[in-house]
Design a binder for this molecule. Structure first.
Ligand SMILES: Nc1ncnc2c1ncn2[C@@H]1O[C@H](COP(=O)(O)OP(=O)(O)OP(=O)(O)O)[C@@H](O)[C@H]1O
Ligand SMILES: [Mg+2]
Length: 435
């Protein structure tokens, strides 16, 4: 670790990359929309970097860990003044609008998360009761990944991970491609919650899926349903498109992306998610639930109406070779779902799938009990609201019921579970799910 003292003139801009600790020895700096004076201590995570501006003559003591960086940079290449302009425009509009709904969009690594924090800090500094919604399921910094969370901004912060969420909606996947409608519904629901709780301003951070026809139409739908007062766009092509579509409806503000963002690798992003799951489940315990007493949302074949074994053999004699493995079977016109003890040979499954499809035009889906264990689920409490997330630790089949052992920090009533396509190993790393 290296420690150095830096003197900055008023107006000078520096860039800091973590791991770093900054102590304001004297003076005042602007960092992520907030002003920090003498005695402030700030920690920059190893995977984050920021620019800061000295507002008066300032002395900083900077400790850098391995890979950290601190240096004075050319202010014209930095985005801090541009972001300040964006925050000022929004703040001034509060006098007209009274309830601000701001959505921040842009491609990956364009600064959405940091600009969201910047605007929130700035508005809070102007006395507004500010809330943020983290709408990026893959990089969820407030609650656990696969959720969309709401936090009241009750203190200055650099990174959303420093805040506590007040509630979240469970989306159940970490890529918006697989769950765009759940993301839109959750975001709209939480924006309404934030306004209901008396927030003057709600700032919504979004994921970076903005390219291709699907990405664009998903983002347009999200915006259409949230109905923001302000749309902040961190990319010039994207802002041209947004202006074309929403010009007459929303105030669109272009913002500059940082020129040298701290790009995170796939592995680093996974590591950040593991840290978030781990933190979330730190104070959890295991509860036993009866499937007959909780609603299972999307957890086929646990929640379906079962076909008795004798009837299954009659309907599909092809399955005789795996009959002893089958725990449950359910079917509708198009699909047959089987839950089996342990996965049979993959070649055998493939043959059965083809045979059944050719003969009955029915798709065969097979999952094993192993596929259910360590799956992330949403926990539903009263009023159909998600009160927590959970991890299925075990599933036991009794004569007339199914026992589910669930790890969750939630201590109250559990009325239902919501499925996800995420499985975690003991170290909270995401592992592939079966079917
Ligand atoms: N002014 C800046 N100068 C340099 N780097 C910055 C600046 N602002 C933010 N960064 C860094 O750039 C990276 C990307 O920023 P950020 O996470 O805000 O972008 P994002 O659009 O939310 O990314 P993602 O698409 O992954 O969610 C982060 O590591 C962040 O710390
Ligand atoms: Mg982000």
């Amino acid at each position: 670790m290296s420690v150095a003292t830096h003197a900055l003139k008023a107006g000078e801009v520096a860039r800091v990359s973590g791991p770093a600790r900054i102590e304001v020895v004297d003076g005042e700096i602007l960092l992520v929309g907030n002003i920090y004076g003498r005695g402030s201590n700030l920690v920059v995570h190893e995977l984050r970097s920021y620019s800061l501006k000295a507002l008066v003559e300032t002395t900083l003591r900077v400790s850098l860990g391995s890979g950290g960086f601190f240096g004075v940079v050319d202010p014209s290449t930095e985005v801090i003044d541009d972001w300040l302009r964006v925050a000022e425009v929004i703040s001034e509009d509060f006098n007209l609008v009274r309830k601000l709904k701001v959505v921040v969009v842009g491609p990956p690594e364009s600064g959405k998360t940091t600009l969201t924090a910047f605007i929130a800090n700035y508005l809070r500094g102007r006395g507004l009761n500010c809330c943020i919604i983290e709408g990026d399921v893959g990089q969820e910094d407030l609650a656990t990944p696969a959720t969309i969370a709401l936090a009241v901004v009750d203190k200055p912060f650099i990174w959303q991970r420093e805040l506590s969420f007040s509630e979240f909606r469970f989306v159940g996947c970490i890529s918006p491609r697989n769950c765009s409608s759940r993301i839109i519904a959750s975001t709209v629901d939480l924006v309404n919650q934030a306004l209901f709780r008396g927030c003057d301003a709600v700032i919504v951070n979004t994921d970076g899926w903005v390219s291709g026809r699907d990405g664009v139409s998903y983002k347009l739908e999200l915006i259409r349903w949230v109905k923001p007062t302000h749309l902040v766009v961190l990319d010039s092509n994207l802002s041209d498109l947004m202006v074309k579509v929403f010009r007459e409806m929303i105030k669109i503000i272009r913002a500059k992306p940082p020129i040298q963002p701290r790009i995170r690798s796939r592995e680093e992003r996974q590591r950040l998610r593991s840290e978030a799951y781990k933190k979330y489940f730190m104070n959890s315990s295991v509860k036993t639930l009866r499937a007959s007493k909780v609603g299972l949302i999307g957890m086929s074949p646990l929640n379906c109406v079962e076909i008795p074994a004798s009837k299954l053999a009659e309907m599909f004699p092809e399955l005789s070779s795996i009959a002893t493995h089958i725990i449950r079977a359910c079917r509708d016109e198009k699909e047959l779902a089987l839950l089996i003890k342990s996965p049979p040979h993959i070649g055998l499954l493939e043959t059965l799938r083809n045979e059944i499809y050719l003969k009955y035009s029915i798709k065969l889906f097979v999952s094993s009990v192993e596929d259910l264990v360590r799956c992330l689920v949403g926990v539903v409490g009263d009023n159909m609201n998600e009160v927590a997330a959970g991890i299925i630790e075990d599933v036991r089949f009794e004569e007339d019921d199914i026992l589910i052992k669930l790890r969750t920090p939630h201590e109250g009533l559990i009325k239902g579970l919501i499925s996800s396509n995420i499985r975690l190993d003991e170290e909270y790393r995401e592992v592939r799910r079966g079917e």
